[in-house]
Design a protein around this ligand. Structure first.
Ligand code: GLN
Length: 189
């Protein structure tokens, strides 16, 4: 199965490696036409404002807003999926009924690592947080999968998965595997 990674900016190769380890084929998505043939789309970490500018420039914002592809966003990718962003007037792709706050784990502790319990996944997930957002509110149709320090850091809504941290920077492929097996395969469209 081909799984796309939005490859405009950010941690693209790391996700490609995880997709390969899971036994599937990563496809780097740089133009709208590249979306053909993929079964799901990963929105990587990076800088959400930069990604939004590039998504507008290449026409992705409109196309992805309309798309019913399963999507999995990490960190900046989570921000792209959210309907509401604290301090901003509008969301980017508006896929998930959640409110996120950017860079919300405090300046002095910009980065940290933790072992998390994630609903639906056996064993701890090794998580690296880098200037991470967290989810401050969720709608009724959103399932909270994990929290750290009382803050929501992993959510699922239908065929969308939003994660505050960076599974792709570790060797822990459990979240990618969850996206592929629990979301893409079970929601086969
Ligand atoms: N701070 C970034 C943003 O707000 C996200 C950081 C990341 O993706 N590692 O877009």
């Amino acid at each position: 199965m081909q799984i796309g990674i939005l490859a405009l900016q950010g941690a693209v190769r790391e996700h490609a490696r995880h997709i390969e380890i899971c036994g599937h084929t990563p496809k780097l998505i740089k133009r709208i036409e590249d979306l053909d043939g993929i079964e799901g789309l990963v929105l990587p970490g990076g800088e959400s404002t930069t990604m939004r500018r590039l998504m507008d420039l290449y026409g992705f914002t409109e196309v992805l807003r309309e798309s019913d592809l399963p999507m999995y966003g990490t960190c900046a990718g989570l921000i792209l999926l959210a309907e509401n962003i604290v301090g901003y007037e509008e969301g980017h792709l508006n896929k998930m009924n959640i409110t996120v706050e950017r860079n919300s784990f405090g300046r002095q502790v910009d980065s940290f690592e933790a072992d998390l319990d994630v609903l639906g996944i056996e064993n701890h997930v090794n998580a690296i947080f880098i200037r991470a957002p967290h989810i401050v509110a969720v709608g009724d149709n959103v399932e909270v999968l994990s929290e750290v320090e009382g803050r929501i850091v992993a959510v699922r809504q239908d065929n969308h998965l939003g994660i505050s941290f960076h599974p792709e920077l570790t060797n822990d492929i459990k979240i990618m595997n969850y996206f592929i097996e629990e979301i893409i395969m079970k929601n086969a469209h």
